[in-house]
Design a protein around this ligand. Sequence first.
Ligand SMILES: Cc1cc2nc3c(=O)[nH]c(=O)nc-3n(C[C@H](O)[C@H](O)[C@H](O)COP(=O)(O)O)c2cc1C
Length: 198
Amino acid sequence: MTLIYSEVPAMNKVVLLSGSPRSNGNTEQIVSECARVITSHGVEAQVISFAGRKIESCTACYKCGELGKCVINDGLNDIIDLIREAQGLIVASPVYFGSARGDVMSALQRIGMVSMTCGNFLSWKVGGPIAIARRGGHTATIQEMLMFFLMNEMIVPGSQYWNMLFGREPGQVMQDSEGIATIRMFAENVAELVKKIN
Ligand SMILES: Cc1cc2nc3c(=O)[nH]c(=O)nc-3n(C[C@H](O)[C@H](O)[C@H](O)COP(=O)(O)O)c2cc1C
């Protein structure tokens, strides 16, 4: 039987994680802008905010390989299921003392471990990190989060600059015009790459 590729259902979707505890803060606003760009390119976008959530750290129990999910019951498994089905993953974090917020790294480490023990479902997903800060620590934060993407065989497109934006009070980040242009181009590249890979 011949398989006609155009008959394979296209599953173009990007999950976007906003790692700030502040609802409608800078990180959420940036993630929403990325989602807007992605949908304007014909790819579905689903934003998940960490505001109101508490993400526990990996306890190294290695039960995920047997269970197909994490043993910790804090809602991350629902997010992992959404990521599993998507073709893209963007993770945005505020910079806290020169690094990503703790809950963001806790989430990435558990998502990565579940993927590695359950068939490497992150492989070939397209995406990357975004860092938001008042003044400094962006590049270290991007590099920290990038470790997760590159160790899970994910594909990270570039942009005109690194995915970093400046802002302190909620909404200030939208005035960083170069940062906004950078993440718009990044989001566009994620969407176009997802379509090409599919
Ligand atoms: C605990 C904590 C640590 C922070 N550390 C830094 C830092 O190292 N560098 C910096 O420029 N801003 C730092 N900030 C400021 C935030 O990164 C900044 O306000 C950011 O816009 C917050 O994003 P949000 O509005 O999405 O929460 C820190 C804020 C908090 C609460």
